[in-house]
Design a protein around this ligand. Sequence first.
Ligand code: HEC
Length: 110
Amino acid sequence: MYLTGIARVAAIMMMGLLFSSYSFAAEEASFDAAAAYQNSCFACHGTGAAHAPEVGDVIEWEIRAEKGLDALVQNTINGLNGVMPTRGLCRDCSDEQLKAIVEFMLESSQ
Ligand code: HEC
């Protein structure tokens, strides 16, 4: 009886794990990096406002990409030099989502 109790708890935990990784995947799939970029980042990165590096400027992003994706994402999360705002003003974006937006910006600037 004791063992079946443990097995049952283990089974429930497994289901919980499966479910949480499933919902995480669903959240990733439904996140639209291009739309989030338009909403939060385009005002600066689409226009060069505040001297932001413009998306589509190959040289500018080639130089920044040399820092590595992780450094760029960290600077997005923390802000940079007082001109790049914390989280790019997207307060609802998770770290993973900000990373997806940075990847989108890099891909759009090759
Ligand atoms: C208010 C204007 C503004 C907004 C909004 C903004 N940025 Fe920026 N961003 C900047 C400026 C200015 C820089 C250049 C900072 C520097 O190099 O001193 C920058 C730099 C960056 C960099 C390069 C960082 C590095 O290490 O070189 C990334 C990546 C970036 N922004 C991502 C984003 C993302 C993603 C968003 C939207 C979620 C966003 N930014 C929204 C102004 C903005």
